[in-house]
Ligand binder design. Structure first.
Ligand code: CAA
Length: 269
């Protein structure tokens, strides 16, 4: 999702530094940005020179130190508390004390990420939705210590990005995944129990509920590893068995069938 966030920020006129662990990942990210912008050029919604100007505003690096002059950093690393906490500790020492540190986490506690830094008042959740250039929402999550000033600045920034900010308190899964993920998990249980085929389950939700994608297709799109990580956060966070991840979801993740990104999930790609 990092490249989608970089694209949206650069398109809104911001200078962006996109940082990743390897040159290969950065090249893949720039390729995705190019492809996404090219759609709009092809549809004559963006001039070719504007596209070049947008990509020209994105600098790539594998050195986190290059984020030193950032006014705001939006972290979008792997959905793992320990990894994210280490990244936040590094960002806290690299960036200026006034910089805001935002996380694109889909379910990890913003309060916990804030407490890994010496500036919990400037740590906040900015949860973008996939595909980032298309989806209007940014769920803004306030940690226990997030200040009103940080919230106001991130709210204004989200609007400058052409997105709609909606506020939520720090609670497992926030709102988006507290509501979405149990539905996806239930669809997986229905498949596991043989209640219906994958096509029927998805078709019923698409045609009957007007969802743009059926829940199993959406799970493949999000990534089954991400779905499992979110169900685990809900299960542990609420201690309620209604959030237990479906064994079929666990089995697919164990097999490396992670959805679109690995070529196989509930469907083959
Ligand atoms: N970059 C730029 N534009 C894109 C794009 C991308 N990556 N993907 C699709 N689009 C654009 C297309 O150009 C097209 O634009 P126009 O209609 O203006 O011409 C539009 O989006 C629709 O695309 P398509 O016609 O190719 O396909 P579609 O109608 O099936 O839409 C979809 C694709 C937007 C992904 C749609 O299926 C959808 O909304 N799916 C549900 C997405 C969703 O639920 N996202 C949230 C996931 S949860 C999450 O992200 C958070 C979490 O924590 C897990």
């Amino acid at each position: 999702m990092g490249n989608g966030i970089a694209q949206v920020a650069a398109r809104s006129g911001f200078d962006v530094v996109m940082c990743d662990v390897s040159a290969e990942f950065l090249a893949r990210g720039m390729k995705a940005i190019d492809k996404s912008l090219q759609r709009d050029v092809d549809k004559e919604r963006l001039a070719a020179d504007e596209k070049n100007a947008i990509t020209g505003r994105i600098k790539t690096t594998t050195e986190m130190a290059e984020l030193a002059s950032a006014v705001i950093v939006v972290e979008a690393v792997t959905e793992d508390l320990n990894v994210k906490q280490k990244v936040f500790q590094s960002l806290d020492s690299i960036t200026a004390p006034a910089a805001i540190l935002a996380s694109n986490t889909s379910s990890i506690s913003i309060t916990r990420l804030g407490s890994a830094t010496g500036r919990a008042d400037k740590v906040i959740g900015m949860h973008f939705m996939n595909p980032v250039p298309v989806m209007k929402l940014v769920e803004i999550i306030r940690g226990a210590a997030t200040s009103d000033d940080t919230y106001a600045k991130v709210h204004a920034l989200t609007e400058k990005l052409g997105k709609i900010p909606l506020e939520c308190q720090d609670s497992p899964g926030f709102i988006s995944n507290r509501v979405l993920m149990p539905m996806i998990n239930e669809a997986i249980f229905a498949l596991y129990e043989g209640v219906a085929s994958r096509e029927s389950i998805d078709g019923i939700m698409k045609l009957g509920m007007n969802h743009p994608m059926g829940p199993l297709t959406l799970a493949d799109f999000i990534g089954l590893d991400v779905c499992l990580a979110i169900m685990n956060v809900l299960h542990e966070g609420f201690g309620d068995s209604k959030y237990r991840p479906c064994p079929l979801l666990k089995r697919y993740v164990d097999a490396g069938w992670l959805g679109r990104k690995s070529g196989r999930g509930f469907y083959e790609y």
